[in-house]
Design a protein around this ligand. Sequence first.
Ligand SMILES: NC(=O)c1ccc[n+]([C@@H]2O[C@H](COP(=O)([O-])OP(=O)(O)OC[C@H]3O[C@@H](n4cnc5c(N)ncnc54)[C@H](O)[C@@H]3O)[C@@H](O)[C@H]2O)c1
Length: 284
Amino acid sequence: MRLPTPGTVLNQHRGESPNTMADIHVDLAGKVALITGGGSGIGRGFALAMARAGAGVAVLDIDGDAAQPVAAEVEALGQPAVAHRVDVTDAAAIQAAVNASIATLGHIDFVFANAGVLGPTDFLEISPIDWDGVLDVNVKGVAHTCRAVVPHLMERRAGRILITASYNGVRAGAHVIPYRVSKAAAIMYTRCLAMVMAPYDVTVNAICPGVTLTPMQLAYAEATAAERGIATAEYLADRAARIPMQHFTEISDLSGLALFLVSDSARLITGQAIAPDGGVMTSS
Ligand SMILES: NC(=O)c1ccc[n+]([C@@H]2O[C@H](COP(=O)([O-])OP(=O)(O)OC[C@H]3O[C@@H](n4cnc5c(N)ncnc54)[C@H](O)[C@@H]3O)[C@@H](O)[C@H]2O)c1
């Protein structure tokens, strides 16, 4: 029997991933989300999806110039917002930003520990400082962010924590090794924190994006294409072809999952690492 011809790659190189799908309907009126790395890419997508569903948003980013316009976009959607320039590797600074966000917005319901960095790609070029840089942001930064908000959520006996991990936290590979190790640690941290928070009715889950054309991913694609002496579009077409479903992940795939995970329908889903990635994490 002949199988039908697979579909063509629909969303090849289009620049930053657009929101092409309508949000799932979740009413978040009166809720507040705090998002690290909220000034760009996936974090910005989470911020706007939360705001469209009716939630206020605290946008935290090491790049204050990026956080401020996203807060303005949230306000333009009719929701309260605040922007803080903060480095998630600085535990005291993140605690201060969390306290200030609660003072301004009243409380926090949803935490997105999303800030992340990619780090070096080639094994022999990885220095001890590179290891520190990636693990400090992607592991300790996640832990500092969650630790800063956990007492507030425990007291309220409600809330959701969403940690942005990656398919790279499950799949082995010869490149971006500190990044893969950091995301594996983030997944285990998610599972452990889920056990801490379970008695408080707070769920903790990891969202593992697939290949998403954010500034981070595009910078990697451009560098890799240049290394291989090919055009970025050619590299991306090849990359997409190696995804089992042959689609890049779009911001709306991730924000849709986030909307579901903060909804009442997901109240018993905890300690999971869920990958809207077209099968990348499962494939070898
Ligand atoms: N884009 C992808 O294909 C992909 C795939 C899997 C996982 N991820 C993960 O998704 C998350 C978001 O990445 P993105 O693709 O939107 O990248 P991005 O570079 O567009 O956004 C990352 C944001 O994090 C901020 N940030 C970096 N270091 C920080 C720090 N120390 N403190 C506070 N903010 C900091 C940056 O300023 C930036 O605004 C990251 O954790 C990343 O590892 C991305």
